[in-house]
Design a protein around this ligand. Structure first.
Ligand SMILES: Cc1cc2nc3c(=O)[nH]c(=O)nc-3n(C[C@H](O)[C@H](O)[C@H](O)COP(=O)(O)OP(=O)(O)OC[C@H]3O[C@@H](n4cnc5c(N)ncnc54)[C@H](O)[C@@H]3O)c2cc1C
Length: 386
């Protein structure tokens, strides 16, 4: 994007979309970011504005209110969010993950009930996998959802939910059979508007983070929360773990695409800076150290881009395997952190000042190696296939 590379999956329609999305974010989101970072969440109204502009659920079929696109449309959005430094906007979770769980496993009635509202921004989605006692080891979740008549009764605690304060549709990973490991896991949708204020469902603090300051990340507590059995995703209990495994490559690729955009943007602003900043009578760019380091990092960013482009085309065609997605996730996020760190160095002391975008990028990038499956877990998945 920033070094004249045009991804092979781009076409005329996607160029038009990219242009419109870029203008939308510059007008509606960028001017509000400072306020949203201070308050710790993106205004609920901004989701509705994004919905009206067709930003949400871009790859969900039109009959459910979505944009009717495919993964390439999500790629454009992830990249533009990265270039505009709007990483706090939890659309990747909302549109790229939660809406796709409903689209892939939901009944017709569930899709009709929830997807149009997610596409309009009336509902914001979140996924609740992680618990205080377990994150990487998903099979060990302790939250239970036990069937009692025509309801599931949910008990447990979740943490680190992206969109945790604003979400009103939460896809909860719970044990419908606590005697089983992976086979006991199911995905159950909690519509918070139906349970909030009745005692058992409570949101915890909006957690203070190192970066991504405008993203609400929260704990959630369930104490005898009753949801209809009709809110189970899929035709039977015990399918949750397989459903997660099937959808996680998309989540990982969304993270990898965000990493590419961040690398490209960091290199762009750093190149501009080293061309105008002087030391010892020369531009910083004139030092061979700067030239060689930037040459290396541009090469790595291009390698990442080409790899992720290939993964994106495979995902759109339904052929991306779990191992390749894991490779893309760990390597691109590792490179993102290295490149952003090295770019910051070229800004000298200014790079440490939060008024310089590279400083915020440094703080924002660190989580990329941890969530969506940590990079150690990605390497375990790759090693398993050797
Ligand atoms: C900003 C943010 C947003 C998030 N959003 C969400 C969300 O929307 N929904 C959600 O459910 N979760 C979310 N998470 C949680 C995130 O996915 C988890 O933090 C992550 O999966 C790691 O789990 P953990 O924190 O419990 O670490 P642990 O599982 O306790 O791991 C600790 C460390 O040990 C390493 N480790 C663990 N097992 C192994 C092993 N077998 N071999 C080698 N090393 C290992 C890990 O890689 C890690 O470095 C978010 C987290 C953050 C910080």
């Amino acid at each position: 994007m920033f070094d004249n590379h045009v991804s092979p999956w781009m076409d005329e329609e996607l160029h038009i979309m990219r242009d419109a999305v870029r203008k939308f974010f510059q007008k509606e989101f960028v001017p509000n970011m400072e306020k949203w970072e201070k308050q710790g969440y993106i205004d609920r109204e901004a989701w509705r504005v994004a919905g009206a502009a067709g930003i949400l659920c871009a790859s969900i079929p039109t009959e459910y209110g979505g944009g009717g696109g495919d993964f390439r449309h999500e790629m454009v959005l992830v990249e533009e969010i990265g270039y505009a430094r709007l990483g706090s906007f939890g659309n990747g979770v909302h549109s790229g993950i939660v809406a796709h769980y409903i689209n892939a496993y939901g009944s017709e009635a569930q899709k009709q009930a929830w997807l149009p509202k997610m596409a309009s921004g009336e509902m914001v989605g979140a996924i609740a996998m992680t618990e205080p006692g377990t994150g990487s080891d998903l099979q060990a979740v302790a939250t239970t959802a036990i069937k009692q008549g025509d309801h599931y009764v949910i008990n447990g605690q979740k943490t680190f939910l992206t969109n945790g304060q604003t979400a009103n549709l939460i896809c909860v990973v719970a044990k419908t059979d606590p005697t089983e490991s992976a086979k006991g896991i199911s995905l159950i949708v909690v519509e918070t508007d139906k349970v909030e204020g009745k005692g058992g469902f409570n949101r915890g603090r909006n957690l203070e983070k190192l970066g991504m300051k405008a993203q609400d990340t929260s704990e959630i507590f369930f104490d005898e929360v009753r949801v209809p059995v009709a809110n189970l995703l899929g035709s039977a209990e015990g399918r949750g773990f397989i459903q997660l495994m099937q959808q996680l490559p998309q989540e990982r690729l969304i993270i990898a695409a965000g990493a590419c955009a961040a690398m490209e943007y960091a290199l762009k602003i750093t190149s501009e800076y080293v061309k105008q900043r002087k030391a010892f009578g020369k531009r910083i760019l004139d030092f061979q150290n700067t030239q060689f380091k930037l040459a290396e990092r541009y090469t790595e960013a291009r390698l990442a881009r080409v790899f992720v482009d290939d993964c994106a085309m495979k995902l759109a065609a339904g052929t991306l395997d779990e191992t390749t997605a894991a490779m893309a996730k760990w390597w691109t996020t590792q490179k993102q952190c290295e490149i952003v760190d090295e770019c910051l160095q070229f800004f000298g002391g200014y790079g440490y000042m939060l008024e310089y975008p590279i400083a915020k990028m440094y703080a924002d990038s660190r989580i990329q190696k941890i969530y969506g499956g940590s990079n150690e877990i990605m390497k375990m998945l790759i090693a398993r296939a050797i």
